[in-house]
Design a protein around this ligand. Structure first.
Ligand SMILES: Cc1cc2nc3c(=O)[nH]c(=O)nc-3n(C[C@H](O)[C@H](O)[C@H](O)COP(=O)(O)O)c2cc1C
Length: 234
């Protein structure tokens, strides 16, 4: 099995430790190859909002040389780990920037069917508060990218140091869930929410003008047959 890990920081601190604990639990369940990226080292740019991806295609993003290898690893993975510390009650700037770079792959734009049977997990650590909105930012991306299932957990920094047994039990439980879901990912039924978003977008995308900034979205849906009765879930 293959898992891509996106580390929202590059300091091998608490969040790295939480991911390492999680990987150690996964190792007890089976063999996994990892592709790992550390932000901002492996994507040293913010999205500058040029819309080149939206208008001309993902490969035309000025940061394509950084983002494309990451996306290609995700495409060939069974699962994806998004890991970020809590920074002012949300994800790190590096993680936010990474997620911004994926926006044209969201279901309301040009969803990649390849992602529809991926399994995700979001991991965070914090000194005290803010884990919920941080995890939500990461799982929201899993949701709108159409991942088949996703999970999340957070650890307080002090617990990582002091409450080893408690943390290990939680991490082991999440690793088990993630691993078992990856094993059966192809045969799991799709979630309802992506289907609802898809159905809501269809009439809207049909109405786009051919010279509008989202014309490429319309062309993509047209080519896939999604503006008629076809659906990515068959
Ligand atoms: C810029 C910054 C903002 C932070 N904001 C929060 C916060 O809002 N809530 C919180 O509980 N901890 C906050 N922290 C603490 C970190 O979330 C916590 O120490 C985390 O475990 C750090 O992970 P790391 O060791 O992987 O960098 C912040 C730390 C930094 C550097």
């Amino acid at each position: 099995m293959k898992v891509t890990v996106i580390h929202g920081n590059d300091r091998q601190g608490n969040t790295y430790k939480a991911v390492e604990l999680f990987k150690a639990e996964l190792a007890r369940l089976g063999s996994i190859d990892y592709a790992e990226y550390f932000l901002p080292k492996d994507l040293p740019h913010f999205c500058n909002g040029c819309l080149a991806c939206l208008v001309n295609g993902r490969e035309r993003c000025p940061h394509s040389s950084h983002i494309t290898p990451i996306v290609n690893d995700i495409f060939t993975s069974d699962g994806v780990i998004l890991a970020s510390p809590v920074y002012v009650m949300n994800v790190s700037g590096g993680m936010k920037s990474f997620l911004d770079h994926l926006f044209t792959m969201w279901i309301p734009h040009r969803p990649e069917v390849e992602l529809f049977d991926k399994i995700g997990i979001a991991i965070t650590t914090a000194a005290g508060t803010g884990m919920r909105p941080t995890l939500k930012t990461m799982t929201r991306s899993f949701n709108y990218l159409g991942f088949k299932r996703y999970f999340s957990f957070g650890c307080r920094a002090l617990d990582l140091e002091r409450a080893e047994t408690k943390v290990k039990a939680k991490v082991a439980h999440k690793a088990h869930e993630f691993y078992q879901t990856m094993l059966k990912r192809k045969s799991l039924a799709p979630r309802l929410y992506p289907k609802l978003v898809f159905a809501a977008m269809r009439p809207m995308i049909r109405s786009y003008a051919d010279d509008s900034v989202v014309a490429r979205d319309k062309e993509y849906w047209l080519q896939k047959g999604w503006l008629d009765s076809k659906s990515p879930w068959k």
